[in-house]
Design a protein around this ligand. Structure first.
Ligand code: DGL
Length: 266
């Protein structure tokens, strides 16, 4: 890293607009950081793809962000983290921060001894997810459910689609019937469904997602590497997508941000 490395952006990628839920937390916690967000929406969903393809796409996204001078890469995608982060760390000379389903806090706080995890097939079938479940789920029953079709719905911008509530309720009914008291959102797209989820989740079910802990980890790594940018002028945010910028704009507005997404071919 050169002397100006503190001025370099934090790079963030996801298979699409879901990682904006992480970008949102990062920009709130670290308001002076420049960012470069990359949404690979043209290739979403990653969760249906084989691990080798997820790794290749993750490498391509990383190379793109490094070409833009990013000082740290946030893999704002559970599917990419659980399938590729070890190889990314081994293959590129910058620090990485990833995200995986928050089984540990849910298991620690569960009273019923049953927690639910909603995630993509790619995440649920990964060996990292199996290891985390084994390490932190001792004595706890983990009920898993693949969020079939949810990423596609969000990527099409259908956040207010009337059918969404019924679809979510159908997916979660079995684990709710089993008495879960924590629901882990194991995909960065899913916090965008919170307003709909809250219309039917029983009050005793706590929703767990990792946005803020990931932002804190980004801060800790930047501090450790002496890469934290100080309050020296307004930050710039590059918001890039190879999908439909209007969907990204809708999601940004939902999260309370202005900002003008740009279409990029990559
Ligand atoms: N946001 C991604 C995740 O956290 C979605 C994966 C997908 O594209 O299927 O897993």
């Amino acid at each position: 890293m050169d002397a100006n490395a503190k001025e370099s952006p934090v790079g963030i990628f996801d298979s699409g607009v879901g990682g904006l839920t992480i970008w949102d937390e990062i920009t709130r916690l670290l308001p002076w950081e420049h960012t470069c967000y990359l949404a690979d929406s043209a290739n979403a969903p990653y969760g249906e793809k084989p691990p080798g393809t997820i790794l290749e796409l993750s490498r391509k996204n990383t190379r793109f962000l490094l070409d833009r001078g990013c000082k740290l890469i946030v893999v704002a995608c559970n599917t990419a983290t659980t399938n590729a982060i070890a190889q990314l760390r081994a293959g590129f000379p910058v620090p990485f921060v990833g995200i995986e389903p928050a089984i540990k806090p849910a298991a620690l706080h569960s009273r019923s001894g049953r927690i639910g995890v909603l995630a993509t097939r790619g995440t649920l079938s990964s060996s990292l997810f199996a290891t985390t479940s084994k390490n932190y789920g001792t004595g706890i029953e983990i009920l898993e459910r693949e969020g079939e079709g949810l990423v596609e719905r969000i990527e099409s911008g259908a956040l207010d689609d009337p059918g969404l509530r019924d679809e979510l309720a159908r997916l979660l009914r079995p684990m709710l019937a089993e008495g879960i008291d924590h629901l882990v959102l194991g995909c960065t797209h899913y916090p965008l469904l919170l307003p709909v989820l809250r219309t039917f989740l029983p009050p005793g079910v706590q929703v767990v997602d990792c946005g803020l802990p990931v932002a804190r980890q980004v801060r800790a790594v930047l501090e450790r590497e002496n890469l934290l940018r100080g309050p020296y002028g307004a930050p710039e945010h590059q918001l890039l997508t190879n999908g439909d910028p209007s969907v990204m704009r809708t999601v940004l507005r939902r999260l309370g941000h202005a900002g003008d997404p740009v279409r990029e071919t990559f």
